[in-house]
Design a protein around this ligand. Structure first.
Ligand code: DQA
Length: 144
């Protein structure tokens, strides 16, 4: 039961980037949290981040038939990318969308997500705990 955890642009800057919004934990901390959660729940996790949209799309395609689900924080591409949405549909896998911040209490342009309409569920506003909740849900789903 392999879950692919994908992170989009600028999330490599976590910890130093707008800490009032995104907190002080780094992406390495998020990966540690995901690996720990996965171990507890009997899942395997592959954790990745990219600032290149085509790279993210390639990873999504490669997950098809190989992974059991995708947990994705698409960053700003959430609000811009039909291509990422289409790739997620093509992967034919359950998708959980996660955001550190509560996008709905921020700027209007963050209120729309191209991903939410094809996601199993959406977690936002819970900081890094959202990743833990998403993985826990996958375990619940896959362990029946
Ligand atoms: C984000 C929210 C997005 O609007 C923003 O562009 C990000 C991070 C979040 O995790 O809260 O880069 O996805």
């Amino acid at each position: 039961r392999l879950i692919l955890v994908l992170n989009g642009p600028n999330l490599n800057m976590l910890g130093t980037r707008e800490p009032a919004t995104y907190g002080h934990e780094t992406l390495a901390d998020v990966e540690t949290l995901c690996q720990r959660t996965a171990a507890e729940q009997g899942l395997d996790v592959e954790f990745r981040q990219t600032n290149h949209e085509g790279q993210l799309i390639d990873w999504i395609h490669q997950a098809r038939g190989r992974c059991a689900g995708i947990l994705i924080n698409p960053g700003a591409w959430t609000h811009t990318s039909v291509a990422i949405r289409d790739a997620l549909v093509a992967a034919e896998l359950p998708v959980i969308e996660v955001h550190l911040s509560n996008v709905h209490k921020r700027e209007e342009f963050r209120h729309h997500s191209f991903v939410s309409g094809i996601a199993l569920g959406v977690l936002c506003g819970f900081g890094t705990h959202g990743y833990r909740m998403g993985l826990t849900h996958f375990a619940h789903l896959l362990n029946g």
